[in-house]
Design a protein around this ligand. Structure first.
Ligand code: ADP
Ligand code: MG
Length: 318
């Protein structure tokens, strides 16, 4: 009897081992990595054989893009532009030219609701400090002058950017992650990765067949504002493209009972006041979706929806 029991046990262990091994071989291989960049956790998951090199190349480029666009890094291209005097031609990386050009296009399309020249005002709110306080009306109107009068000249042949005002400053916080999402997918495709999903702090971009779903589609849960992380208000299904959310619930502070968040209306110089807490854009390009999410947040439901529709994007308000 004891012998029989032992044989049964050995057989059971073998079945388990072979079963697990079979499942492992059956699965689509996955390379995944997470790093803290752009002030958020960035995850790249590539479904393909030997995709480690591709994922690592993506992170090299994301880190380079972060350094180039970081408002707080004195050696970034953005800081070089911000320190420059009017008319001075600042030589920048081609990526910075691409981001600024796209941002200017969305500024025009959104009637100024998206404006990277917002920096002199957005920095007054000090969202990145421990104890932020709202600026005074005088400070806001003073800084708004340099936002309203600011002009940026981009020379894509010379790879230079120049300003029309000494006081002009740019902030790529509402665009750089979006651009990075598009670049990440481009690199993964160049490496021959069959399917991938990239999450740059809630900016999602994906392509290929999702091996974890029967129909191969990607399902992206839309975070419920001010609810615990992972509690969703909606789910978006897509085969490829970008899903980007701009919300007031990630970066905000409270002062004397008022809540102040980081999406600034360039017309008033204050956090955009709306009845919703987040805007999600579904579009082909993550860069386009990123800029549109911020622009639509500022514009409101009617004008925002019209802008999204005119650019072939879908919008969800929550
Ligand atoms: P997140 O970086 O949290 O994804 P968003 O994509 O919504 O946020 O962009 C908000 C950031 O963009 C702000 O932190 C600020 O740096 C910048 N910003 C704020 N208001 C505007 C605006 N009206 N136009 C362009 N950029 C903005
Ligand atoms: Mg954005």
């Amino acid at each position: 009897m004891k012998k029989l029991k032992t044989i049964f046990l050995i057989l059971l262990i073998f079945t388990l081992i072979f079963g697990l091994a079979y499942r492992a071989f059956d699965r689509v291989p996955k390379s995944e990595s997470t790093e803290f960049l752009f002030d958020t956790y960035c995850t790249v998951a590539a479904y393909s054989k030997d995709a480690d090199a591709a994922v690592s190349a993506v992170f090299d480029e994301l880190s380079r893009l972060h350094s180039l666009t970081n408002f707080f890094d004195e050696s970034s291209d953005v800081s070089k532009i911000n320190r420059a005097k009017h008319g001075e031609k600042v030589k920048v990386d081609p990526c910075v030219i691409n981001i600024i050009s796209k941002a200017q296009e969305i500024k025009l399309a959104s009637d100024g609701a998206f404006d990277i020249s917002i920096a002199p005002v957005s920095m007054l709110w000090k969202f990145d400090e421990n104890t932020p306080t709202p600026p005074t009306d005088e400070q806001i109107s003073q800084s708004l002058l340099s936002v309203k009068n600011s002009g940026l000249m981009v020379d894509a042949d010379e790879m230079t950017v120049s300003k029309t005002l000494d006081a002009s400053m740019i902030d790529l916080g509402g665009a750089a992650k979006g651009y990075a999402g598009d670049v990440a997918l481009k690199i993964l495709r160049e490496y021959g990765v069959e399917a991938a999903i990239v999450d740059l702090g809630g900016n999602i971009s994906c392509y290929g067949k999702n091996p974890n779903s029967k129909d191969g589609k990607w399902r992206i849960g839309l975070q419920k504002p001010f609810a615990p992380t992972g509690e969703y208000s909606n789910t978006v299904q897509l085969t490829e493209g970008a899903v980007v959310t701009s919300g007031t619930y990630q970066r905000y502070f409270e002062h004397e009972g008022e809540v102040y968040h980081h999406i600034i209306d360039p017309k008033t110089g204050r956090p955009a006041r709306q009845s919703y807490q987040s805007v999600t854009i579904v579009a082909e390009s993550s860069m386009e979706a990123d800029c549109l999410a911020t622009a639509v947040y500022v514009l409101g439901t009617e004008r925002g929806e019209a802008l999204a529709r005119s650019r072939g994007a879908k919008v969800y308000f929550k």
